[in-house]
Design a protein around this ligand. Structure first.
Ligand SMILES: [Zn+2]
Ligand SMILES: [Zn+2]
Length: 136
């Protein structure tokens, strides 16, 4: 009987292990890898340069001082108001200059919070011991 002959041959695609045309996916030559690395660098270099320029622009905008009200220390950090990990952008409105103490101990230590957009619509909250209901 040959009724099941077709079923028997589903998936039975002839693959010749000696056929070089089946191996192209595995062939990453040294030259190919190098070209890939160069492409990577060329793709990211402008972005890294942009980040540096942006940070300098934000510092200049903030007169190189920590933006916490009443603080007169020099700005040494640039803080993302909305963290990049939460979808915050690298736009100047999302970046403010801070001294190390206010940045690390104040904001990232949970003692204060800054929201809004820089530089004109910042909202500062201090003494965050009270229960705080985040706006959705
Ligand atoms: Zn920060
Ligand atoms: Zn400060």
């Amino acid at each position: 009987m040959s009724l099941t002959r077709a079923d028997d041959h589903i998936g039975d695609v002839a693959v010749d292990p000696q056929d070089p045309s089946d191996r192209s996916d595995y062939d990453i030559s040294p030259i190919g890898a190098l070209a890939l690395a160069e492409h990577f660098i060329e793709t990211w270099r402008p972005l890294l340069k942009l980040a540096n320029t942006l940070q300098r622009r934000v510092r200049a905008r903030d007169n190189h001082f920590c933006q916490v009200p009443g603080c007169s220390r020099a700005a040494v950090h640039t803080h993302h108001i909305i963290p990049v990990s939460q979808g915050g952008s690298d736009d100047p409105e999302n970046l403010i200059s801070l001294c190390a103490a206010h940045h690390l101990c104040g904001i990232h230590g949970g003692r204060m919070r800054v929201t809004g957009t820089a530089p004109d619509n910042l909202v500062w909250e201090f003494e965050l011991r009270r229960s705080y209901v985040a706006a959705a």
